[in-house]
Ligand binder design. Structure first.
Ligand code: HEC
Length: 120
C-alpha cells in the first residue's frame, strides 16, 4: 500500500471512530447545575479569577472595568452562559482555552450556570 493511501485510510479510521463517539453522547441537558458549577470554577478558574489580590484575571478585570463591575467573576451579575462558554473554549489574552478533556460540555454548562446564578 502506498504511503498516501495508508495515511488517508488511517485518517478515515480516526474520523469514523471519533464521529461514533460524539454521536453516542447523550444530548445536552438544557440547564446546568450551579452547585456543580461552583466546584468546576474552584478547580479551574480561581487561580486566576479568585477574589482579592494575587489573581491575574481578577487584577486584569479590575483595570479593565475600573471598578464599574466586580473584578471577581463570581460576583458578576451580567455573565450570560454563552459569554462564559466563549471565553472558556477559546481563551483570551493570558487566559488559556480549556479542552473538553479538561472541562467537559456538561461541566461547562454547570460552570456557566454558576456564573449566571445572580444574573439580572
Ligand atoms: C491563567 C489565568 C486564567 C485562568 C486559569 C482563567 N482565566 Fe479567565 N481570564 C484571564 C485573563 C487574564 C482575562 C482577561 C482579563 C482582561 O480582559 O483584562 C480573563 C478573562 C475572562 C473572562 C472575560 C471577562 C470580561 O468581562 O472581559 C471570562 C468570562 C473568563 N475569563 C472566565 C474564566 C473561567 C470561567 C475560567 C475557568 C474555566 C477562567 N476564566 C480561567 C485569566 C485566566
Amino acid at each position: 500500500m502506498s504511503r498516501p493511501v495508508a495515511f488517508v485510510l488511517a485518517a478515515a479510521a480516526v474520523l469514523a471512530c471519533c464521529g461514533t463517539l460524539y454521536a453516542a453522547k447523550p444530548g445536552p441537558a438544557p440547564q446546568g447545575d450551579p452547585a456543580r458549577g461552583q466546584a468546576v470554577y474552584t478547580r479551574w478558574c480561581t487561580a486566576c479569577h479568585g477574589r482579592g489580590p494575587g489573581h491575574p484575571g481578577t487584577q486584569s478585570l479590575q483595570v479593565k472595568y475600573g471598578g464599574k463591575l466586580p473584578p471577581a467573576l463570581e460576583d458578576r451579575t451580567d455573565l450570560a452562559p454563552p459569554v462564559t462558554v466563549q471565553f472558556v473554549r477559546h481563551g483570551f489574552a493570558l487566559m488559556p482555552p480549556f479542552r473538553k478533556t479538561e472541562i467537559s460540555d456538561a461541566e461547562l454548562r454547570d460552570l456557566a450556570a454558576y456564573l449566571a446564578r445572580n444574573r439580572k
